[in-house]
Design a protein around this ligand. Structure first.
Ligand code: ADP
Length: 393
């Protein structure tokens, strides 16, 4: 699994875990609060029921009508059990069906009301009611239908929130992860490929030098043989030194490139000076100048000239300035469409460049230097016709 996807999944599971924990906590607290509210309704019903039973003889008609009204308006759909608390055996028998021995003791020892859970969703209350006719106990049992409905809604809300969280977090996670993390992943893969290519490119001249030494040392040689052998070793060594220099440059950040002393450079004079041999400068007396380090700018431009010359096998290469743009035009082999994006990668060589010497690092280096001086590099090319490099400052 790609790192981006992995992070998106981890992020999603963490968020889901968080939503489940918070949701469950919220659910449990709500269920508790709903039951407690229902308990207070049961208590009211128990008192209303007791008063309806035993206060008729003590109240005038109007007050008793109010008591009855209160009874009718309090919780409907309840089951009431009323019995004499003083008939201990019978009371004990009924109470023990619903209450624990401790709760029964509490009721007889002066606690007016005792709440209990009659069954899974049935709540109950026991009320001890002393009256002039004797002491009574009122049991009220009821299914908390309102609470059950509230909790059902909550379960739905939590379920839907969980699903939405999953979809949303996964989508966001995937978007960011694939954008950011996959970029890091790609950079890491590029870095790995870079190291492997660099080792390979360094290994080639080293192997050549080693082979040259071994063959030369096999027997006594003439001074000319030694000279030729050393020349071959010097050639390979200089190839390696150039490659090392290029690699060192590539490993530097823009800031390090910009740290090199910069000075104003008039591009027409600069290009005229660099354009030698196969390269012809077409002057148009532009006075456009930039701030750069002449040594680094020289490396960048010369690499591009070298490529233009190399891939056009002796044909003239033109370079000129158009306002803020340097244009290098050759009439060489051109770059195949499929290679155009990748030639900027270190060590990448075009499919049609195999017959030419090179290590695939020059263009990357040039672009790196030119970009740190604020230039945009574009390459227009057609296979068999030629290549045009445009550097716009
Ligand atoms: P190389 O050492 O292969 O020339 P570069 O990094 O300089 O490496 O260039 C990378 C690739 O870009 C080359 O291998 C070649 O395929 C392509 N390329 C660059 N410049 C030109 C050009 N002027 N004409 C044709 N192909 C070019």
């Amino acid at each position: 699994m790609r790192t981006g996807n992995k992070i998106a999944w981890i992020y999603t599971f963490l968020m889901m875990g968080l939503v489940i924990v918070i949701g469950s906590l919220f659910y449990v607290l709500t269920a508790y609060a709903v039951d407690r509210i229902y308990d207070s309704y049961l208590e009211e019903k128990a008192y209303a029921s007791a008063e309806k039973h035993w206060e008729k003889d003590e109240l005038d008609a109007e007050s008793y009508a109010l008591v009855k009204k209160r009874y009718e308006h309090s919780l409907p759909a309840t089951r009431e059990i009323i019995f004499n608390a003083d008939s201990l055996e019978k009371a004990q028998e009924i109470l023990s069906r619903y209450l624990t021995p401790k709760q029964i003791r509490q009721l007889y020892q002066g606690e007016d009301v005792v709440h209990f859970d009659a069954s899974d969703d049935q709540l109950g209350i026991a009320l001890y009611y002393p009256d002039n006719e004797g002491n009574f106990i009122v049991l009220v049992l009821s299914n908390n239908r309102y609470g059950a409905r509230i909790l059902l809604y909550m379960r739905w809300i939590l379920g839907v929130s969980l699903l939405l969280t999953f979809l949303l977090v996964y989508a966001i996670g995937k978007l960011y992860a694939s954008r950011l993390v996959n970029k890091i992943d790609e950079a890491y893969q590029r870095e790995k490929a870079f190291i492997s290519n660099a080792s390979h490119e360094l290994n080639n001249p080293l192997t050549a030098i080693q082979g040259e030494c071994e063959i030369t040392l096999l027997k006594e040689r003439t001074p000319t043989d030694y000279q030729q052998s050393l020349q071959r070793i010097a050639f390979e060594t200089s190839r390696m030194v150039t490659l090392m220099k290029h690699l060192l440059f590539l490993s530097k950040g823009d800031q390090e490139i910009l740290k090199r002393t910069m000075e104003p450079i008039r591009l027409d004079a600069f290009l005229k000076e660099q354009a030698t041999g196969q390269v012809t400068y077409l002057s148009n007396n532009s006075d456009f100048s930039i701030e750069a380090n002449p040594y680094l700018l020289g490396i960048a431009i010369r690499n591009l000239f070298d490529n233009a010359c190399k891939y056009s096998s002796g044909k003239i290469v033109y370079v000129w300035l158009e306002e803020r743009t340097i244009i290098i035009q050759d009439q060489g082999i051109g770059i195949p469409e499929s290679d155009k994006k990748r030639i900027f990668l270190p060590f990448y060589r075009g499919g049609n460049a195999r017959g030419f010497s090179g290590q695939g690092i020059g263009l990357t280096l040039s672009v790196r230097i030119l970009r740190s001086y604020g230039a945009a590099v574009r390459i227009d090319s057609e296979v068999g016709k030629g290549t045009r490099v445009l550097i716009t400052f």
